[in-house]
Design a protein around this ligand. Sequence first.
Ligand SMILES: Cc1cc2nc3c(=O)[nH]c(=O)nc-3n(C[C@H](O)[C@H](O)[C@H](O)COP(=O)(O)OP(=O)(O)OC[C@H]3O[C@@H](n4cnc5c(N)ncnc54)[C@H](O)[C@@H]3O)c2cc1C
Length: 353
Amino acid sequence: MVDFLVVGGGIIGLLLTRKLAEQGASVMLMDKQALGQESSWAGGGILSPMYPWRYPDALNHLVDWRAENFQQLARSLLEETGIDPEVSLGGVNMLNVADEQDALDWAQAGVGAGSGLVKTRVADFLENEPLFRQTENVDSVLTLPFVGNVRNPRLLQALKKSLQQRGNVQIKEGCEALSFVKKQERITGIETTQGVFSAEEIIVAAGAWSGDLLTKLDVQVSVSPVKGQMLLIKAEPGLLASVVLAEGCYLIPRRDGRILVGSTVEHCGYDKTTTEDARDKLLAAAYRVAPILKNYPLEKQWAGLRPSSPESIPYIGRIAGWQGVSVCAGHFRNGVVTAPFSVDSLVRQLMPT
Ligand SMILES: Cc1cc2nc3c(=O)[nH]c(=O)nc-3n(C[C@H](O)[C@H](O)[C@H](O)COP(=O)(O)OP(=O)(O)OC[C@H]3O[C@@H](n4cnc5c(N)ncnc54)[C@H](O)[C@@H]3O)c2cc1C
């Protein structure tokens, strides 16, 4: 019997396990495949919601506008594991934003005030970003200066390695949660493809699959998959410093010079196939934003399943009507940036000090 059993080893489950274990709890983390292969791997790792003023405050309250959590986490993971999650704080620039005044108003008060969002001179932006020197239609730039991106596959690898080194964490890969063990209204364990495991508290952090799993408790949680396709262009270092949003796409720099182009938003169930149509549309958008990109080869294309939720507000907390079961899921397009505060919030509920 462990204190906590976490179902799902994406960014949410990995960070939850780390936090609970740091507080002295015994934790079992299970995933139906290897840890960190789904949405958390596929995503871009932008450390801000895109156009954050268009989101509800409830979502923006989960954002750390100075990415301090990520810087601290990256430092300690590098020390513990030798793997650098490559947090880059080059800012997020949004070009030619139609509702610019709404953005500037949002940045004056409430949660928006913490974001540091400002208007940047186009000439300054072009000087700092060589990638856009052949772009003719940059009319305005809004900047979130203190955020950036994390290289999520590396973050996941580092988290996994760090958990493997902890005596109070058990990891079960290739272990699918099938159903819950119930004793009246109390959940005492979980039935899996590797047998039954007991825990004081089960936490469902199964990303896009969370809604389906919770139907076993007759609980309706509106979390479902939304496919996102991404491209990777093998560019070179020094071309792009910040994350740039424009023309319905975004460009994310990696330290080795590669540039990610994202992404589609497709409602097609659990299908993760990539398509030529998506590739062509994303490339066309990227070339409109930055024609220089045509000089570099497309290296890779992939897709992931975001866990969508109404208004993009994740479910975080105990499940009403049952004891011993909680959920942390439905982070939709923002599950990396909001992971640290989401996890802190749930752990505070489960382990009040
Ligand atoms: C293309 C794309 C771009 C994105 N860009 C960004 C971005 O720039 N910034 C940002 O913050 N967010 C971004 N996101 C969203 C972000 O990736 C997700 O919100 C986040 O990764 C969700 O994490 P998770 O741990 O809840 O889910 P996942 O990473 O999907 O993990 C869920 C895990 O649960 C496991 N699982 C499911 N069912 C079971 C079961 N029954 N038993 C055992 N294990 C199970 C799965 O195998 C999986 O490993 C993007 C997503 C995509 C697809």
